[in-house]
Design a binder for this molecule. Structure first.
Ligand code: MG
Ligand code: ZN
Length: 351
């Protein structure tokens, strides 16, 4: 009798397995992509000096350089560059997930989902801001925040952490997307986030854009990273996660070096957590890069732990940005290439 029951249960599982188009295998690697928005080589250098002359980036195996121009401008914005890295096509500044030939593109996050990966997005801007939105939204303008929020509400990303709940609950169409997203558990604090055992979690850190660390935000991107990686590790599936240090860019726009270095330090600690995870568990590719440099920053002097710099613009610049990689397929990230190649290299890492 017991044997028959066991047999039936196995058959049901087998049928479920066959009809589920899961294509990941036991050796499919995890992917951790970390994007420092506006983080050029001088932002890294300034942050490193401010951090006692050290950075987690020193623990990486390979270094490359990414050419960041968009389809219509030598100087990209975060939407075009995010789209290039997330989907492998160049597009116009301001556009999310749609090529310059007006074709909607599947992102690396979505390709991973098709293969049965768990997915997560965490960062220090709102979750509808250009960089995270590049991984799930298809939208003509990055500033259509309410449309982008609607697209996230209909997406199936497993975990997301960021600001901007107002775009979900204080809307022109009067909808409350948070109520509509019934498959998600929404948590209200980092402690609740850590404790939650839910398989789909949304954590809105702020109603609007999160403030800067120098204006009172806790420097906890490392904790958020560790909590999220620990949750993803409990799943049997492999995972893809994008973690953004969003406000390195905002410090550059403000021409405020203290803003830049404090946000870099927060991001640097998250990079260290990601690297620790990959070194401990293995089979995890970690890639750290930027979408572009912000501020045309030059470092001109300083003393121990204190650096003086000069900004040349309140906008972005066209300089190449570094790419650091560790883990499976990391060697393919060495060299000089277009930012669209980052998508190709990530895709080639999948098995
Ligand atoms: Mg950004
Ligand atoms: Zn910017």
């Amino acid at each position: 009798m017991m044997n028959i029951c066991y047999f039936k249960k196995t058959s049901v599982l087998l049928v479920l397995f066959l009809f589920n188009s899961v294509t990941w295998s036991q050796d499919s690697p995890n992917i951790i992509l970390l994007i420092g928005d506006g983080m050029g080589l001088t932002q890294i250098s300034a942050g490193m000096y401010a951090n006692g002359n050290s950075t987690a980036l020193e623990g990486f195996e390979y270094i490359g350089l990414s050419k960041t121009s968009s389809s219509n401008n030598l100087v990209t914005d975060s939407a075009a560059s995010g789209t290039a890295m997330a989907t492998g096509v160049k597009t116009l500044n301001g556009v999310l997930g749609i090529s310059s030939k007006n074709v909607r593109q599947k992102s690396i996050l979505e390709i991973c989902q098709d293969q049965g990966y768990k997915t997560a997005l965490i960062g220090t801007s709102s979750i509808v801001h250009a960089t995270p939105a590049s991984f799930y939204a298809k939208e003509d303008s990055r500033y259509n925040y309410q449309n982008i929020a609607l697209q996230l509400s209909k997406h199936s990303i497993d975990m997301f952490v960021g600001g901007g709940s107002k775009h979900f609950m204080s809307r022109k169409d009067k909808r409350n997307l948070i109520k509509e997203m019934s498959e998600y558990t929404f948590v209200k604090s980092i402690t609740e986030y850590e404790k939650s055992k839910a398989s789909k979690i949304g954590y809105f850190t702020y109603f609007d854009e999160p403030p800067a660390i120098i204006e009172g935000r806790s420097a906890n991107l490392d904790k958020l990273t560790k909590i999220t990686l620990d949750k993803l590790h409990l799943e049997k599936n492999p995972f893809f996660i994008m973690i953004e240090g969003a406000q390195i860019d905002w410090g550059g726009h403000d021409n405020n070096l203290k803003y830049v270095t404090s946000e870099f330090k927060d991001f640097n600690a998250a990079i260290q957590e990601a690297l620790n995870f990959a070194k401990y568990y293995g089979n995890t590719l970690v890639v750290v890069t930027a979408d572009h440099e912000t501020g045309g920053l030059a470092l001109l002097g300083g003393k121990k732990n204190r650096v003086f710099g000069k900004f040349n613009t309140e906008g972005h610049s066209a300089t190449m940005v570094p790419v650091f990689s560790f883990g499976p397929n990391a060697e393919s990230f060495k060299g000089i290439y277009e930012n669209t190649e980052i998508f190709e290299k990530l895709k080639n890492t999948l098995k």
